[in-house]
Design a protein. Structure first.
Length: 253
């Protein structure tokens, strides 16, 4: 039986860990060829070797999402490997806690990775998908904190709120230019990944309140988000444009 994204080529930033790793594994299992783009070379290469069937189904590309020239190289490498691009998941992100009196350097770092990185990726993918004459889907990973804020999420919420409206701007751009590229965003509640584990290890008092903030009664798993991304990557979501897919155990109710 054909997979849900059979024949598509996907590119997942931050694909070497956490939510991104789950997306990579699911997209490959459902028939896509996937580029794992990350700073973490060792982990990314290990995942590609494990699931890539000798380089046919997965490939690691080193990428810092804030490096404009590196995006051009990564897109060229993808097309050289797979002949085309259909799906970009702008998933790489950082979540350093800081309230409104944080250092400016912390603010700039968060905005650079989470928002500048998503802009550079979205622009690069629109150009590459168009150059290849393909149909595409761009999926931007925001957060529940992109729709609201907690006391220590000032920069994170600003960056993820930026991702929300950047997604709408990109969606309307593609529609206006009659480009067959859909752009949508995803809003995960707290899921247990290395990013969240290190936060909860440092703030063990936060576990119970975080669970309590998710009415479903527990935190999410990476696959909960990966299935939403699979839907947006597939043609099943062909009427979704500029939308907000919330997967949060009821956090935002
Ligand atoms: P994670 O730390 O487990 O993985 C993030 C990956 O991104 C890592 O492999 C890291 O090396 C990579 N990365 C970081 N900076 C990068 C850069 N500049 N260039 C390229 N790669 C880079 O994190 P996660 O929990 O899987 O989060 C993934 C995304 O989901 C992030 O955008 C995060 O904000 C968002 N998110 C996560 C949660 C959650 O609960 N885990 C909730 C809401 C949103």
């Amino acid at each position: 039986m054909a997979g849900r994204v059979e024949g598509k080529v996907a590119f997942v930033t931050g694909g070497a860990s956490g939510l991104g790793e789950a997306m990579v594994r699911l997209l490959v299992a459902e028939g896509a060829r996937v580029v794992i783009a990350d700073l973490s070379q060792e982990r990314g290469e290990a995942i590609a070797a494990e699931i890539g069937e000798g380089g046919k189904k997965a490939k690691f590309v080193h990428l810092d999402v804030v490096d404009e020239a590196a995006w051009d190289r990564a897109m060229d490498e993808t097309v050289a490997w797979a002949g085309k691009l259909n799906v970009l998941v702008n998933n790489a992100g950082i979540a350093l806690p800081g309230d409104m009196e944080m250092e400016f350097s912390l603010w700039r770092k968060m905005l650079a990775v989470n928002l500048d990185g998503t802009f550079l990726g979205t622009r690069a993918a629109i150009r590459t998908i168009t150059r290849c004459g393909e149909v595409g889907s761009i999926i931007n990973i925001s957060s529940t904190q992109g729709m609201t804020a907690e006391p220590t999420t000032a920069a994170y919420s600003a960056s993820k709120g930026g991702v929300r409206n950047l997604t709408k701007a990109a969606a309307v751009h593609c529609a206006t230019k009659k480009l067959p590229i859909r752009v949508n965003s995803v809003y995960p509640g707290m899921c247990v990944t290395p990013l969240v584990k290190s936060y909860l290890d440092e703030h063990p008092d936060q576990l119970a309140p975080q669970i309590a903030a998710h009415p479903i009664g527990h935190l999410g798993e990476p696959d909960d988000i990966a299935y939403g991304v699979l839907y947006l990557a597939s043609d099943e979501s062909k009427f979704m444009l500029g939308s907000e897919l919330v997967i949060d155990g009821g956090y935002l109710i």
